[in-house]
Design a protein around this ligand. Sequence first.
Ligand code: GLC
Length: 417
Amino acid sequence: MNKGIHRCPSSLQMENTYVPELLDGTEEGLYLGLDLGGTHLRVLLLELAHGTPIREQVKKYHINSDLRVGSAIRLFDYLAECVSDFVIEQGLQDVELPLGFTFSFPMIQHSLDIGMLVTWTKTFNCPDAMNVDVVNLLREALDRRGDTKVKVIAILNDTTGTLIQGSTLDHNTAIGLILGTGSNACYLERADRVEHWETERHGEREVIIDIEWGAFGDNGVLDFIKTDYDRENDANSLIANSFTFEKYISGKYLGEIVRVVLAKLTKDGLLFVGEHTPGSLLVPGNLTSDLVSDIEQDSVDGGNSSTRKVLMKFGIIPDEEDVKIVQYVCEVVSNRAALLVSICLAVLLKRIDKESVTIAVDGSLYKHHPRLETWIKQYIPLLAPKHEFKMIHAEDGSGKGAALVAAIAQRLQERLN
Ligand code: GLC
Protein backbone atom coordinates (compact mmCIF):
# COMPACT_ATOMS: atom_id res chain seq x y z
CA MET A 1 0.00 0.00 0.00
CA ASN A 2 2.80 2.38 0.83
CA LYS A 3 4.55 1.66 -2.43
CA GLY A 4 1.32 2.19 -4.38
CA ILE A 5 0.56 5.48 -2.70
CA HIS A 6 4.10 6.73 -3.27
CA ARG A 7 3.84 5.77 -6.93
CA CYS A 8 6.49 3.06 -6.71
CA PRO A 9 5.96 -0.28 -8.51
CA SER A 10 3.20 -2.13 -6.66
CA SER A 11 0.30 -4.34 -7.60
CA LEU A 12 -1.90 -2.09 -5.46
CA GLN A 13 -2.90 0.91 -7.54
CA MET A 14 -4.08 3.06 -4.57
CA GLU A 15 -5.97 5.39 -6.90
CA ASN A 16 -6.98 8.88 -5.85
CA THR A 17 -10.76 9.17 -6.30
CA TYR A 18 -10.80 12.96 -5.75
CA VAL A 19 -13.67 12.49 -3.29
CA PRO A 20 -12.29 14.52 -0.37
CA GLU A 21 -15.30 14.65 1.90
CA LEU A 22 -18.55 12.99 2.80
CA LEU A 23 -22.04 14.52 2.63
CA ASP A 24 -22.32 17.58 4.87
CA GLY A 25 -26.08 17.87 5.18
CA THR A 26 -26.50 20.78 2.78
CA GLU A 27 -27.12 18.77 -0.40
CA GLU A 28 -30.54 19.34 -1.95
CA GLY A 29 -32.36 18.35 -5.11
CA LEU A 30 -32.38 15.63 -7.75
CA TYR A 31 -29.36 13.53 -8.67
CA LEU A 32 -28.93 10.62 -11.06
CA GLY A 33 -26.77 7.57 -10.61
CA LEU A 34 -25.64 5.11 -13.27
CA ASP A 35 -24.12 1.88 -12.05
CA LEU A 36 -22.09 -0.40 -14.32
CA GLY A 37 -19.86 -3.24 -13.25
CA GLY A 38 -21.78 -6.00 -11.50
CA THR A 39 -24.55 -8.32 -12.57
CA HIS A 40 -27.00 -5.63 -13.69
CA LEU A 41 -26.90 -2.16 -15.06
CA ARG A 42 -28.88 0.28 -12.96
CA VAL A 43 -30.08 3.82 -13.32
CA LEU A 44 -31.47 5.65 -10.34
CA LEU A 45 -32.78 8.97 -9.19
CA LEU A 46 -32.32 10.28 -5.66
CA GLU A 47 -34.01 13.30 -4.21
CA LEU A 48 -32.02 14.79 -1.36
CA ALA A 49 -33.13 17.14 1.38
CA HIS A 50 -30.50 18.27 3.90
CA GLY A 51 -28.10 15.66 2.53
CA THR A 52 -30.54 12.81 3.14
CA PRO A 53 -32.35 10.77 0.48
CA ILE A 54 -36.10 11.39 0.72
CA ARG A 55 -37.14 9.70 -2.53
CA GLU A 56 -35.58 7.06 -4.69
CA GLN A 57 -36.46 5.50 -8.05
CA VAL A 58 -34.37 2.67 -9.49
CA LYS A 59 -34.56 0.71 -12.71
CA LYS A 60 -32.51 -2.34 -13.56
CA TYR A 61 -31.45 -3.09 -17.13
CA HIS A 62 -30.06 -6.28 -18.51
CA ILE A 63 -26.73 -6.18 -20.38
CA ASN A 64 -26.38 -8.96 -22.92
CA SER A 65 -23.13 -10.83 -22.96
CA ASP A 66 -22.39 -9.66 -26.52
CA LEU A 67 -22.46 -6.06 -25.26
CA ARG A 68 -20.07 -6.94 -22.43
CA VAL A 69 -17.37 -8.16 -24.79
CA GLY A 70 -18.06 -6.14 -27.94
CA SER A 71 -17.20 -2.61 -29.04
CA ALA A 72 -17.07 0.17 -26.47
CA ILE A 73 -19.23 2.50 -28.59
CA ARG A 74 -22.04 -0.05 -28.64
CA LEU A 75 -21.78 -0.57 -24.89
CA PHE A 76 -21.82 3.15 -24.15
CA ASP A 77 -24.65 3.78 -26.62
CA TYR A 78 -26.62 1.22 -24.67
CA LEU A 79 -25.77 2.93 -21.37
CA ALA A 80 -26.98 6.24 -22.81
CA GLU A 81 -30.14 4.56 -24.12
CA CYS A 82 -30.91 3.23 -20.62
CA VAL A 83 -30.23 6.63 -19.01
CA SER A 84 -32.57 8.42 -21.40
CA ASP A 85 -35.23 5.68 -21.16
CA PHE A 86 -35.22 6.18 -17.39
CA VAL A 87 -35.11 9.98 -17.46
CA ILE A 88 -37.91 10.20 -20.03
CA GLU A 89 -39.99 7.72 -18.02
CA GLN A 90 -39.57 10.05 -15.03
CA GLY A 91 -40.66 12.99 -17.21
CA LEU A 92 -37.36 14.77 -16.50
CA GLN A 93 -35.97 15.09 -20.03
CA ASP A 94 -36.03 18.89 -19.88
CA VAL A 95 -34.43 19.17 -16.45
CA GLU A 96 -30.68 19.59 -16.11
CA LEU A 97 -29.72 16.57 -14.02
CA PRO A 98 -26.26 15.93 -12.53
CA LEU A 99 -25.20 12.31 -12.88
CA GLY A 100 -22.63 10.26 -10.96
CA PHE A 101 -21.27 7.28 -12.89
CA THR A 102 -20.23 4.21 -10.92
CA PHE A 103 -17.81 2.42 -13.18
CA SER A 104 -16.46 -0.51 -11.21
CA PHE A 105 -13.22 -1.19 -13.01
CA PRO A 106 -9.68 0.04 -12.39
CA MET A 107 -9.20 3.57 -13.67
CA ILE A 108 -6.50 6.18 -13.59
CA GLN A 109 -8.28 9.30 -12.42
CA HIS A 110 -7.05 12.72 -13.42
CA SER A 111 -9.93 14.40 -11.59
CA LEU A 112 -13.36 13.63 -10.17
CA ASP A 113 -14.78 13.49 -13.70
CA ILE A 114 -11.95 11.97 -15.71
CA GLY A 115 -11.33 8.22 -15.47
CA MET A 116 -9.11 6.33 -17.91
CA LEU A 117 -9.86 2.62 -17.98
CA VAL A 118 -6.79 0.57 -17.00
CA THR A 119 -8.20 -2.86 -17.77
CA TRP A 120 -11.54 -4.62 -17.86
CA THR A 121 -12.23 -7.27 -15.22
CA LYS A 122 -14.99 -9.71 -14.23
CA THR A 123 -17.42 -10.32 -17.14
CA PHE A 124 -16.47 -7.34 -19.35
CA ASN A 125 -13.89 -7.02 -22.08
CA CYS A 126 -14.37 -4.31 -24.74
CA PRO A 127 -10.73 -3.76 -25.74
CA ASP A 128 -11.20 -0.44 -27.55
CA ALA A 129 -12.10 1.32 -24.29
CA MET A 130 -8.70 0.65 -22.73
CA ASN A 131 -6.76 3.80 -21.77
CA VAL A 132 -9.77 5.89 -22.76
CA ASP A 133 -11.67 8.36 -20.54
CA VAL A 134 -14.94 6.56 -19.93
CA VAL A 135 -16.69 9.77 -18.80
CA ASN A 136 -16.04 11.10 -22.27
CA LEU A 137 -17.40 7.92 -23.85
CA LEU A 138 -20.59 8.35 -21.83
CA ARG A 139 -20.91 12.09 -22.56
CA GLU A 140 -20.45 11.46 -26.29
CA ALA A 141 -23.05 8.71 -26.26
CA LEU A 142 -25.52 10.97 -24.42
CA ASP A 143 -24.79 13.79 -26.89
CA ARG A 144 -25.39 11.48 -29.85
CA ARG A 145 -28.91 10.92 -28.53
CA GLY A 146 -29.42 14.52 -27.43
CA ASP A 147 -32.78 13.70 -25.86
CA THR A 148 -32.03 14.60 -22.23
CA LYS A 149 -30.15 17.25 -20.28
CA VAL A 150 -28.06 14.87 -18.22
CA LYS A 151 -24.65 16.19 -17.10
CA VAL A 152 -22.03 13.63 -16.09
CA ILE A 153 -20.17 15.34 -13.24
CA ALA A 154 -18.44 12.53 -11.35
CA ILE A 155 -17.02 9.09 -11.90
CA LEU A 156 -16.48 6.65 -9.08
CA ASN A 157 -15.84 3.07 -8.13
CA ASP A 158 -18.50 0.90 -6.44
CA THR A 159 -16.40 0.76 -3.26
CA THR A 160 -16.46 4.57 -3.08
CA GLY A 161 -20.23 4.55 -3.55
CA THR A 162 -20.50 1.99 -0.77
CA LEU A 163 -18.35 4.05 1.61
CA ILE A 164 -20.42 7.19 0.95
CA GLN A 165 -23.73 5.34 1.23
CA GLY A 166 -22.44 3.70 4.44
CA SER A 167 -21.54 7.10 5.88
CA THR A 168 -25.22 8.13 5.66
CA LEU A 169 -26.00 5.19 7.97
CA ASP A 170 -23.00 5.43 10.31
CA HIS A 171 -20.71 8.46 10.47
CA ASN A 172 -17.72 6.36 11.52
CA THR A 173 -17.66 4.71 8.10
CA ALA A 174 -14.11 4.89 6.73
CA ILE A 175 -13.91 1.74 4.59
CA GLY A 176 -16.05 0.67 1.63
CA LEU A 177 -15.85 -3.02 0.77
CA ILE A 178 -17.32 -4.96 -2.14
CA LEU A 179 -17.61 -8.72 -2.00
CA GLY A 180 -19.52 -9.38 -5.17
CA THR A 181 -18.72 -10.56 -8.67
CA GLY A 182 -15.37 -8.87 -8.02
CA SER A 183 -13.79 -7.67 -4.80
CA ASN A 184 -12.17 -4.41 -3.81
CA ALA A 185 -12.01 -1.85 -1.03
CA CYS A 186 -11.49 1.86 -0.58
CA TYR A 187 -10.82 3.91 2.54
CA LEU A 188 -10.44 7.43 3.84
CA GLU A 189 -6.75 8.29 3.68
CA ARG A 190 -4.96 11.30 5.12
CA ALA A 191 -4.57 13.76 2.25
CA ASP A 192 -0.94 14.51 3.12
CA ARG A 193 0.00 10.89 2.38
CA VAL A 194 -1.31 11.04 -1.19
CA GLU A 195 1.19 11.89 -3.93
CA HIS A 196 -0.91 11.40 -7.04
CA TRP A 197 -3.08 14.51 -7.04
CA GLU A 198 -3.43 16.26 -10.38
CA THR A 199 -6.02 18.90 -9.56
CA GLU A 200 -5.44 22.01 -7.49
CA ARG A 201 -5.59 21.27 -3.77
CA HIS A 202 -7.89 23.20 -1.49
CA GLY A 203 -6.71 22.23 1.97
CA GLU A 204 -8.33 18.79 1.85
CA ARG A 205 -7.66 16.81 5.00
CA GLU A 206 -8.74 13.42 3.69
CA VAL A 207 -9.49 11.72 0.42
CA ILE A 208 -10.95 8.36 -0.56
CA ILE A 209 -8.37 5.99 -2.02
CA ASP A 210 -9.50 3.12 -4.23
CA ILE A 211 -7.06 0.33 -3.41
CA GLU A 212 -7.98 -1.94 -6.36
CA TRP A 213 -6.99 -4.92 -4.28
CA GLY A 214 -8.34 -7.31 -6.90
CA ALA A 215 -5.02 -6.93 -8.70
CA PHE A 216 -2.98 -7.59 -5.53
CA GLY A 217 -0.36 -10.20 -6.37
CA ASP A 218 -0.28 -9.58 -10.12
CA ASN A 219 3.46 -8.97 -9.61
CA GLY A 220 3.88 -12.41 -8.05
CA VAL A 221 3.90 -11.41 -4.36
CA LEU A 222 1.00 -13.75 -3.59
CA ASP A 223 2.21 -16.72 -5.59
CA PHE A 224 3.19 -18.46 -2.36
CA ILE A 225 -0.46 -19.25 -1.69
CA LYS A 226 -1.34 -20.16 -5.28
CA THR A 227 -2.49 -23.73 -5.76
CA ASP A 228 -2.92 -25.73 -8.96
CA TYR A 229 -6.65 -25.13 -8.59
CA ASP A 230 -6.03 -21.37 -8.66
CA ARG A 231 -3.90 -21.76 -11.77
CA GLU A 232 -6.69 -23.61 -13.52
CA ASN A 233 -9.26 -21.07 -12.33
CA ASP A 234 -7.10 -18.31 -13.79
CA ALA A 235 -6.64 -20.16 -17.07
CA ASN A 236 -10.44 -20.54 -17.39
CA SER A 237 -11.11 -16.84 -16.69
CA LEU A 238 -11.93 -14.16 -19.26
CA ILE A 239 -8.62 -12.34 -18.76
CA ALA A 240 -5.87 -14.71 -17.60
CA ASN A 241 -2.80 -13.62 -15.59
CA SER A 242 -4.56 -10.69 -13.98
CA PHE A 243 -6.54 -9.96 -10.82
CA THR A 244 -4.76 -12.61 -8.76
CA PHE A 245 -6.29 -11.65 -5.39
CA GLU A 246 -9.80 -11.24 -6.78
CA LYS A 247 -9.59 -14.73 -8.24
CA TYR A 248 -8.90 -16.14 -4.75
CA ILE A 249 -11.92 -14.53 -3.16
CA SER A 250 -14.72 -13.09 -5.27
CA GLY A 251 -18.09 -14.33 -6.42
CA LYS A 252 -17.09 -14.71 -10.04
CA TYR A 253 -14.50 -17.31 -9.05
CA LEU A 254 -15.29 -19.13 -5.76
CA GLY A 255 -17.66 -21.54 -7.50
CA GLU A 256 -15.14 -22.20 -10.23
CA ILE A 257 -12.38 -23.02 -7.72
CA VAL A 258 -14.72 -25.46 -5.99
CA ARG A 259 -15.64 -26.98 -9.36
CA VAL A 260 -11.98 -27.43 -10.31
CA VAL A 261 -11.26 -29.18 -6.98
CA LEU A 262 -14.31 -31.46 -7.30
CA ALA A 263 -13.45 -32.33 -10.91
CA LYS A 264 -9.92 -33.29 -9.85
CA LEU A 265 -11.16 -35.43 -6.96
CA THR A 266 -13.60 -37.14 -9.32
CA LYS A 267 -10.92 -37.81 -11.92
CA ASP A 268 -8.65 -39.21 -9.20
CA GLY A 269 -11.41 -41.64 -8.22
CA LEU A 270 -11.89 -40.07 -4.78
CA LEU A 271 -15.37 -38.63 -5.27
CA PHE A 272 -18.63 -39.81 -6.82
CA VAL A 273 -17.14 -43.29 -7.12
CA GLY A 274 -19.42 -45.57 -9.11
CA GLU A 275 -21.45 -42.65 -10.47
CA HIS A 276 -21.40 -42.17 -14.25
CA THR A 277 -18.90 -39.40 -15.07
CA PRO A 278 -20.65 -36.14 -14.18
CA GLY A 279 -19.87 -34.46 -17.52
CA SER A 280 -21.40 -31.08 -16.77
CA LEU A 281 -19.26 -30.73 -13.66
CA LEU A 282 -16.25 -30.80 -15.95
CA VAL A 283 -17.36 -27.70 -17.84
CA PRO A 284 -15.72 -24.44 -16.65
CA GLY A 285 -18.16 -21.92 -15.21
CA ASN A 286 -20.88 -24.48 -14.48
CA LEU A 287 -20.70 -24.26 -10.69
CA THR A 288 -21.56 -20.71 -9.66
CA SER A 289 -20.84 -19.12 -6.30
CA ASP A 290 -24.51 -18.96 -5.31
CA LEU A 291 -24.47 -22.77 -5.37
CA VAL A 292 -21.46 -22.70 -3.02
CA SER A 293 -23.55 -20.44 -0.74
CA ASP A 294 -26.39 -22.99 -0.86
CA ILE A 295 -24.04 -25.81 0.11
CA GLU A 296 -22.53 -23.67 2.87
CA GLN A 297 -26.03 -23.14 4.23
CA ASP A 298 -26.21 -26.91 4.80
CA SER A 299 -22.96 -26.76 6.75
CA VAL A 300 -24.43 -24.01 8.92
CA ASP A 301 -27.67 -25.97 9.48
CA GLY A 302 -26.01 -29.36 9.78
CA GLY A 303 -28.13 -30.62 6.89
CA ASN A 304 -27.56 -31.99 3.40
CA SER A 305 -30.66 -31.22 1.33
CA SER A 306 -29.24 -28.17 -0.51
CA THR A 307 -26.01 -30.02 -1.26
CA ARG A 308 -27.99 -32.92 -2.74
CA LYS A 309 -30.13 -30.51 -4.76
CA VAL A 310 -27.08 -28.77 -6.20
CA LEU A 311 -25.46 -32.07 -7.14
CA MET A 312 -28.69 -33.32 -8.72
CA LYS A 313 -28.40 -30.39 -11.14
CA PHE A 314 -25.23 -32.04 -12.37
CA GLY A 315 -27.01 -35.40 -12.62
CA ILE A 316 -25.17 -36.74 -9.56
CA ILE A 317 -26.82 -38.77 -6.83
CA PRO A 318 -24.24 -38.54 -4.05
CA ASP A 319 -23.72 -40.93 -1.16
CA GLU A 320 -23.18 -39.63 2.36
CA GLU A 321 -19.42 -39.47 2.00
CA ASP A 322 -19.70 -37.48 -1.26
CA VAL A 323 -21.93 -34.92 0.47
CA LYS A 324 -19.41 -34.48 3.27
CA ILE A 325 -16.51 -34.08 0.86
CA VAL A 326 -18.36 -31.51 -1.27
CA GLN A 327 -19.35 -29.54 1.85
CA TYR A 328 -15.78 -29.67 3.10
CA VAL A 329 -14.39 -28.32 -0.19
CA CYS A 330 -16.89 -25.44 -0.16
CA GLU A 331 -15.94 -24.67 3.42
CA VAL A 332 -12.19 -24.65 2.77
CA VAL A 333 -12.49 -22.44 -0.32
CA SER A 334 -14.93 -20.03 1.37
CA ASN A 335 -12.93 -19.91 4.57
CA ARG A 336 -9.74 -19.05 2.70
CA ALA A 337 -11.59 -16.15 1.07
CA ALA A 338 -12.83 -14.92 4.45
CA LEU A 339 -9.34 -15.10 5.92
CA LEU A 340 -7.70 -13.28 2.99
CA VAL A 341 -10.27 -10.49 3.14
CA SER A 342 -9.85 -10.23 6.92
CA ILE A 343 -6.07 -9.91 6.63
CA CYS A 344 -6.45 -6.95 4.27
CA LEU A 345 -9.14 -5.33 6.41
CA ALA A 346 -7.01 -5.73 9.53
CA VAL A 347 -4.12 -3.97 7.79
CA LEU A 348 -6.45 -1.18 6.74
CA LEU A 349 -7.78 -0.71 10.27
CA LYS A 350 -4.22 -0.34 11.51
CA ARG A 351 -3.40 2.13 8.74
CA ILE A 352 -6.48 4.29 9.37
CA ASP A 353 -5.86 4.10 13.11
CA LYS A 354 -9.03 5.82 14.31
CA GLU A 355 -10.80 4.98 17.53
CA SER A 356 -13.60 3.08 15.86
CA VAL A 357 -14.01 2.36 12.19
CA THR A 358 -17.13 1.19 10.43
CA ILE A 359 -16.74 -0.95 7.33
CA ALA A 360 -19.59 -0.52 4.86
CA VAL A 361 -20.05 -3.66 2.78
CA ASP A 362 -22.10 -4.63 -0.23
CA GLY A 363 -22.04 -7.21 -3.00
CA SER A 364 -23.81 -10.38 -4.02
CA LEU A 365 -21.31 -12.75 -2.41
CA TYR A 366 -21.49 -10.92 0.92
CA LYS A 367 -25.29 -10.95 0.81
CA HIS A 368 -25.78 -14.57 -0.17
CA HIS A 369 -22.92 -16.43 1.48
CA PRO A 370 -24.19 -17.57 4.87
CA ARG A 371 -21.00 -17.27 6.87
CA LEU A 372 -18.38 -15.05 5.25
CA GLU A 373 -19.38 -12.15 7.48
CA THR A 374 -19.33 -14.29 10.63
CA TRP A 375 -15.83 -15.50 9.86
CA ILE A 376 -14.55 -12.03 8.97
CA LYS A 377 -15.89 -10.71 12.28
CA GLN A 378 -14.05 -13.50 14.08
CA TYR A 379 -10.75 -13.12 12.24
CA ILE A 380 -10.28 -9.35 12.34
CA PRO A 381 -10.07 -9.12 16.16
CA LEU A 382 -7.37 -11.81 16.06
CA LEU A 383 -5.40 -9.90 13.43
CA ALA A 384 -5.93 -6.32 14.68
CA PRO A 385 -6.77 -6.83 18.35
CA LYS A 386 -6.41 -3.18 19.31
CA HIS A 387 -8.77 -1.85 16.67
CA GLU A 388 -12.47 -1.48 17.24
CA PHE A 389 -14.59 -1.96 14.14
CA LYS A 390 -18.13 -2.52 12.98
CA MET A 391 -19.47 -3.93 9.74
CA ILE A 392 -22.65 -2.59 8.21
CA HIS A 393 -24.50 -3.51 5.07
CA ALA A 394 -24.68 -0.51 2.72
CA GLU A 395 -27.46 -1.84 0.52
CA ASP A 396 -27.03 -0.74 -3.09
CA GLY A 397 -24.02 1.36 -2.19
CA SER A 398 -22.77 1.41 -5.75
CA GLY A 399 -26.08 2.71 -7.13
CA LYS A 400 -27.06 5.18 -4.41
CA GLY A 401 -23.44 6.14 -3.90
CA ALA A 402 -23.28 7.31 -7.54
CA ALA A 403 -26.06 9.84 -6.98
CA LEU A 404 -24.62 10.84 -3.60
CA VAL A 405 -21.18 11.47 -5.08
CA ALA A 406 -22.83 13.58 -7.81
CA ALA A 407 -24.31 15.68 -4.99
CA ILE A 408 -20.91 16.05 -3.32
CA ALA A 409 -19.31 16.90 -6.69
CA GLN A 410 -21.85 19.62 -7.33
CA ARG A 411 -21.29 21.12 -3.90
CA LEU A 412 -17.50 21.12 -4.45
CA GLN A 413 -17.97 22.81 -7.83
CA GLU A 414 -20.27 25.46 -6.39
CA ARG A 415 -17.77 26.19 -3.64
CA LEU A 416 -15.08 26.89 -6.24
CA ASN A 417 -17.29 29.11 -8.40
C1 GLC B 1 -13.09 -5.34 -9.75
C2 GLC B 1 -12.84 -3.91 -10.24
C3 GLC B 1 -12.99 -2.93 -9.08
C4 GLC B 1 -14.31 -3.14 -8.39
C5 GLC B 1 -14.47 -4.59 -7.96
C6 GLC B 1 -15.80 -4.86 -7.30
O1 GLC B 1 -12.09 -5.69 -8.88
O2 GLC B 1 -11.56 -3.80 -10.79
O3 GLC B 1 -12.88 -1.61 -9.56
O4 GLC B 1 -14.40 -2.29 -7.28
O5 GLC B 1 -14.35 -5.42 -9.09
O6 GLC B 1 -16.86 -4.66 -8.18
